[in-house]
Design a protein around this ligand. Sequence first.
Ligand code: WTA
Length: 656
Amino acid sequence: MSDSGKSIESFSGEEQRYEPTPAFSAQARIKTKEEYDKLYQESIESPETFWKRETSELVFRKPWDKLVDWQLPFAKWFVGAELNITESCLDRHLETERKDKPAIIFEGEPGDTETLTYTQLHQKVCDFAAALKANGIGPGDRVAIYMGMVPEVVIGMLACARIGAAHTVVFGGFAAEAIRDRINDCGAKAVLTQDGAWRRGKVVPLKATVDAALEGVKSIEKVFVYRRMSAQDCTIEMQEGRDLDWYEAIKAADSSLGVEAEIVDAEHPLFILYTSGSTGKPKGVLHTTGGYLAGTHLTTKYVFDLQEDDVYWCTADVGWITGHSYIVYGPLSNGASCVLYEGAPNQPDWGRFWNVIEKHKVSILYTAPTAIRAFIKAGDEWVDKNDISSLRLLGTVGEPINPEAWRWFYQKVGRGECPIVDTWWQTETGSIMMTTLPGVHAVKPGSCGVPFFGVKPAIVSSEGEELRPGEGGLLVVQNPWPSMLRTIWGDDERFKAQYFSDIEGAYFTGDGARFDQEGYFTVVGRIDDVLNVSGHRIGTAEIESSLVAHEAVAEAAAVGRPHDLKGQALVVFVTLKPGFDGNAEMEAALSAHISNEIGKFARPDLVVLVDSLPKTRSGKIMRRILKDVAAGREVQGDLSTLEDRTVVESIQARFS
Ligand code: WTA
């Protein structure tokens, strides 16, 4: 934990409240505060009764013997149960009227569309599951997925789940090196990819990046390539013996292979998703089958108040946890119709989102504050050009939403009528942990609200003492919950150290927060060395270790500073090795280095070449000083441990 953790300021915050409209509450799944209170209490005091009832519509082939086995910090949920998650997401709907209901409504960036009903999606998943099996992939194997936002990425994830293989989706913005690290860490046997993806009118060459990533990688036996592009738009090379065309592989396989889902234990690995932490090495967050299904299913149903005729759109990328939980498993297990949009929000112009909403009559929109801020900047006229009156519920995730952005979203997009759910959760939590329920709770802009069923959050001091309303502290969760991460892949010790060692007996989130008299939580942001840039989680240590691997770099320190659109922006301070010139070219080269090694989304806003970095007498870089300097603030706090004050002055001079 960084030293800044102790000094989160307390303040009274936004006092305005917005009640749900009576019309919304009247039709909502949960209508009153009394109902919420009763369910919440039951979920904490009688969790067996609660989870039995609430998961009754899901397909368990064998019921559980015991709800939870909690050997802190290791949890097992639905002990003894057996299932295949795809039977809850697909097969169960085929016996109902949902069989002909759109499951995926795909909107390509160029404007092409494709709708897959539940029957069709099921078929495609079974077919691709057969292709995977025919190529020797089976239960317990890991499959890396590096794809864009096309129906096949969902099909690929579900096909892995159907055969009991764990997927690890790597966000399409990551560079070759980052893909290689992740594949090596989990020992993936196959990769699913596509030739290219459309992004802002250009082709992102995904297959070529996979080719580069696989150089020297031993574990990969097969690469399945979905062809999204025409040959003119994107040429690819297929490596004989390793690479297979997605649909050719299906044709060549015995289709009966994928029909029967592999029935697995509730604790069988479902996926690994790498996320940034406070060290240079990304963490492979492991989620398992039964608990993850229960968590995503229930939150989707109640937080988004999902009704049968909703058209639901989560604008996240499947490469992040939001895409896993709220594009794939949560909505499909509820039988929702989900819009899947391939491209950028401003292609061909800033009206695209609103146009997609009008075109597909989207009723639920789940997006990120960073996108909202970009829309505000682009101007109201883009919203006004479209009829978005189909919207009935809005949601945000990924970072705190500033009250101004909240109000714009509420008034301009939601006509002052649609409830907004500000959902707090993490890759590690698997599903939404805190939010308001849309038919029940008043919303206070900037505050995410109250705990979801089964979750016991608390604010504690760094000594673990529970704090009172209004006091800023560390956000922890005091009990296990079904969709919690089970471990860090291959590293139980790191799992323990990272999440269960700071505060005794509780899961430490890495966030600073406070709660008010009414029990509403406000998450202020990360207090560890993790940045949130445009909703992307970036570990400063990862950036630093990438920089010091560059031949010219002696030392590097990465910090965040506030940014109007991105929330936070990345600033790096670098000292060079003797013999290298600190000029604009070098700054550009280091910036390009990060984009090549990690991905474009991690490219710093500013590279500052300095003679030396501020350090303590024992040689530790004092990042908090750099944070203040980068943000243009007075340097705060105790400077007595600083070895050489002139270093700070000379860095400050660069910013004046
Ligand atoms: C931040 C994304 C404030 C928080 C689902 C958390 C939020 C990190 C909110 C997890 C919110 C997420 N209000 N902050 N509603 N939602 N965060 O793993 O700092 O990509 O720890 O998961 O995002 O980011 P991750």
